[in-house]
Design a protein around this ligand. Structure first.
Ligand SMILES: Cc1cc2nc3c(=O)[nH]c(=O)nc-3n(C[C@H](O)[C@H](O)[C@H](O)COP(=O)(O)OP(=O)(O)OC[C@H]3O[C@@H](n4cnc5c(N)ncnc54)[C@H](O)[C@@H]3O)c2cc1C
Length: 334
């Protein structure tokens, strides 16, 4: 009897262990832990009393999380291992990046369900749910497939930055379609000589008579700088105007879209920005870490965010969002 019991207990564990070893480990969201945090540490009840969140309640939040968990477990998790084996591939003849099989379809489903919109204000097409809910969702997708999760991660930071510091026109043109996920966002800080020392940024931005800027320079390590999942990529780029003071006090921030946007909101000409290579990494190989070249044909068209020389301050909004998310990656992977 005792042996029978032990076998009964250990057989599923053995199967699960063998599945893990053979690489077909299923991801199941840890709802018990998540709900414990939401109930006892966050106090969702009280949070949902706040004016902004009065439209929801803890049960709805948990229901949405479960639905999201099902999507992630069924559609995104199974792409983790094959995605890492296949990796994203850069084609130097066209400067395009193709993500692994299945990524495009899963992203399309992510967009059509509106998962990326959850924490953003309703007036910009968002769900106006608490950020803590978006963080729980982020834990789930990162545990299941960290490489995939990095596209929405950068997009959400770019949205927050534009909502905080962008002009009304910039919000109108870019934010709504980034909230849906149709367009993705990137953060362009790092250059070959400017890693931790961001003040050493050399990318140049020269003002034109029409108020736009021409951006030239090289950025490295740009997560999802080029890919085939979104119709447009909105690059937020740190650059220096010709008379800018040295160091971080002389950095401005620009919106440089992959495709320019026509007055009616449709996509226009290809901007002068391309991905010239991607890093060969030890892991998260499906997330393309790109070397981006701006202005090889005379200058990429960029639009100033806020005021000149204030770019570092603005970019901290995105960097802090990314820092929170990268911290969460540690938890999710653990
Ligand atoms: C997978 C991946 C994705 C990334 N995605 C993006 C992205 O989307 N956008 C983007 O802009 N960047 C991105 N980065 C770049 C990342 O932000 C940089 O790697 C980071 O800023 C550090 O720069 P670095 O790699 O040049 O290292 P370095 O600055 O050369 O630092 C190397 C080491 O020296 C230490 N160090 C540096 N300066 C000092 C000092 N003064 N005193 C003491 N120690 C010091 C650092 O702590 C570090 O341990 C990404 C990097 C990776 C690996």
């Amino acid at each position: 009897m005792a042996l029978e019991k032990r076998l009964h207990w250990s057989a599923p564990r053995l199967v699960s262990g063998l599945r893990t070893l053979s690489g077909v480990a299923d991801y199941r969201p840890p709802y018990r832990d998540i709900n414990f945090v939401l109930d006892h540490l966050v106090d969702m009840d009280e949070l949902c009393q706040l004016e902004t969140y009065k439209h929801t309640d803890p049960e709805t939040v948990k229901g949405v999380l479960e639905e999201y968990g099902r999507f992630v477990a069924d559609q995104v998790g199974p792409l983790n291992r094959p995605g890492d084996e296949q990796g994203s591939v850069h084609d130097p003849s066209t400067n395009t990046v193709t993500t692994p099989a299945g990524f495009r379809d899963a992203y399309e489903q992510y967009v059509s369900a509106g998962w990326g919109a959850v924490p953003f204000p309703a007036e910009h097409g968002g769900g106006s749910f608490p950020w803590v809910m978006a963080m729980a969702m982020q834990e789930v997708i990162t545990s299941a497939n960290m490489a995939f999760s990095m596209a929405p991660l950068l997009t959400q930071g770019a949205i927050e930055m534009l909502l905080e510091h962008g002009s009304e026109e910039q919000k109108e043109v870019y934010v709504r379609r980034m909230v849906t996920g149709e367009w993705s966002g990137t953060m362009n800080l790092t250059e070959p000589q400017a890693g931790s020392d961001v003040g050493a940024v050399r990318t140049r931005a020269v003002k034109q008579d029409d108020g736009t800027y021409r951006v030239t320079g090289t950025k490295i390590f740009i997560t999802f700088g080029e890919h085939d999942m979104a119709a447009n990529i909105v690059h937020l780029v740190l650059a220096r105007t010709p008379d800018a003071p040295p160091g971080t006090k002389g950095i401005s921030c620009f919106v440089v879209p992959k495709f320019l946007v026509n007055d009616d909101g449709s996509l226009g000409d290809r901007n002068d920005v391309r991905c010239v290579s991607i890093e060969h990494k030890m892991g998260i190989k499906a997330s393309p870490t790109c070397v981006m070249s701006y202005g090889e044909d005379g200058g990429a068209i960029g639009y100033l965010i806020g005021e000149e020389n204030q770019g570092m301050r603005y970019m901290f909004t995105m960097m802090n969002n990314a820092r929170l998310s990268v911290g969460l990656e540690g938890l999710a992977i653990a």
